[in-house]
Design a protein around this ligand. Structure first.
Ligand SMILES: C[S@@+](CC[C@H](N)C(=O)[O-])C[C@H]1O[C@@H](n2cnc3c(N)ncnc32)[C@H](O)[C@@H]1O
Length: 410
């Protein structure tokens, strides 16, 4: 049977009966793909792993709590044989053969009539890698090939242009806090396929150096308009390039909708009739504290966290923040854009009841090679900014969570 290579095919199992024998780790690993394929799954096994049980509880499969019995593989399309009983597996695969049901066997690939490829997904495509002969099977090698292809497609090092589905338009991509590895897979893929990238000063700047030379990179801060026209200039640049039929990526730091003015750009594009895809990003408000060893919540310490912009001081009449109410919260306060105003903010929080000893940390340029963390208290925050010359961008965390990590002053 193994002299010829297997014939690769994609089974369309929606609504078709599939039987899985055994409820151990092999079944656990294979079941999600069968469920995703919409198969009508009956699982036969006296015992199953907790994850498989959860799938049964969720109604994703029917679990029959008993060992395999002859006749289980009638009127089905496909079988996965993965019990720990070799004799039962042998009897089951003989039954599958009699019934002309394709079956995979976890314990003996040579006796199986089908092999499961190493699979991965990227951008609406399934990459499936099959070994050519059962005796020379090296599952790690096939998995490594699968990983190389899928990773390459995801991170853009393997470029497979879309000839049918590539649509011009704008993608508003959250680039994460700065570390190039912290952009989403979708964001990175869109970046790799872009004709034009419009960036800010925050976010994963290192990724820009990887772009092919034909990609036009526009620094939004340098668009030729006056300071207050900047957003309009960005909107216009997005619209103009998209209208030329180009794939435009608007790359922003963190998440586009967390103090990112992302929705203003979405609205401007909608008014111009241009399609816009929004790709969320990892916001610095959570990831920068995390990278510095500070969880924004912690059991028994903080049950809520509040993200606040500090770009307008509490005594400024334009402020929309209710600082007195924030002073009464027991959870974590995370302040963005607050380096210049932290002394005033701390003073206001203390004046409205927050303890001056409340721990506080400033994390500058989080997740980048230049990351540094300065610990203080509410009472000493203003002074700490001056002494340690803390500069934007920095995230400020206020609350007991600052001290729960193993090495708060690291
Ligand atoms: C205009 S806001 C944009 C926030 C962004 N959209 C996000 O979700 O992270 C800029 C502020 O985010 C914070 N920030 C962004 N990236 C940071 C980083 N790598 N380290 C520290 N703070 C960062 C700083 O408070 C900075 O002033």
């Amino acid at each position: 049977m193994a002299e010829h290579p297997a014939y690769p095919v994609g089974l369309r199992l929606t609504g078709r009966r599939v039987v899985v024998l055994g409820g151990g780790e092999v079944a656990q690993r294979r079941l999600p793909a069968l469920i995703a394929a919409g198969a009508d799954i009956t699982l036969v096994s006296p015992e199953v792993t907790p994850s498989v049980e959860a799938m049964a509880d969720a109604g994703e499969l029917t679990w029959e709590r008993r060992p395999y019995a002859d006749g289980d593989l009638t009127d089905i399309w496909y079988a996965l044989i993965a019990t720990s009983d070799h004799d039962a597996n042998t009897r089951a695969s003989a039954e599958a053969e009699r019934n002309r049901v394709w079956c995979v066997r976890s314990d003996d690939a040579d006796e199986a009539t089908a092999w499961t490829p190493a699979t991965g997904h990227s951008e609406g495509v399934t990459v499936a890698v099959l070994t050519t002969d059962a005796k020379g099977r090296d599952p790690r090698h096939t998995a490594a090939i699968r990983d190389a292809v899928v990773e390459g497609l995801r991170d853009g090092t393997l470029v497979a242009p879309h000839h049918r589905t590539r649509t011009p338009g704008v993608a508003l991509v959250g680039g994460g806090p700065g570390d190039p590895d912290l952009i989403t897979v979708r964001g990175r893929r869109l970046l790799a396929a872009a004709d034009v990238v419009i960036t800010d000063h925050l976010g994963p700047r290192d990724l820009l150096t990887e772009l092919p030379p034909n990609v036009e990179v526009i620094d939004a801060a340098k668009l030729p308009y006056g300071r207050f026209m900047a957003q309009e200039a960005i909107n216009n640049a997005l619209i103009e390039h998209a209208k030329q039929g180009k794939s435009v990526v608007r790359l922003k730091g963190g998440d586009p909708f967390v103090y990112g003015r992302g929705m203003e750009e979405v609205q401007a594009l909608a008014e111009a009739g241009i399609a816009c895809t929004v790709v969320p990003g990892i916001s610095s408000s959570i990831s920068v504290p995390g990278a510095a060893g500070i969880p924004v919540t912690h059991r028994g310490v903080a049950h809520e966290f509040t993200v606040v912009s500090g770009h307008i001081a509490p005594d400024d009449e334009r402020s929309l923040v209710d600082w007195p109410s924030l002073a009464k919260l027991t959870g974590t306060l995370v302040i963005l854009m607050g380096v210049a105003t932290i002394a005033k903010v701390a003073e206001t929080l203390i004046a409205h009841g927050k303890s001056p000893d409340t721990p506080l940390a400033l994390i500058q340029e989080g997740t980048t090679a230049a990351q540094r963390r300065v610990d203080a208290t509410l009472a000493t925050a203003g002074e700490a900014v001056l002494t340690h010359e803390v500069k934007p961008p920095a995230v400020i965390v206020i609350g007991e969570v600052v001290n729960v990590g193993p090495n708060p002053s690291a």
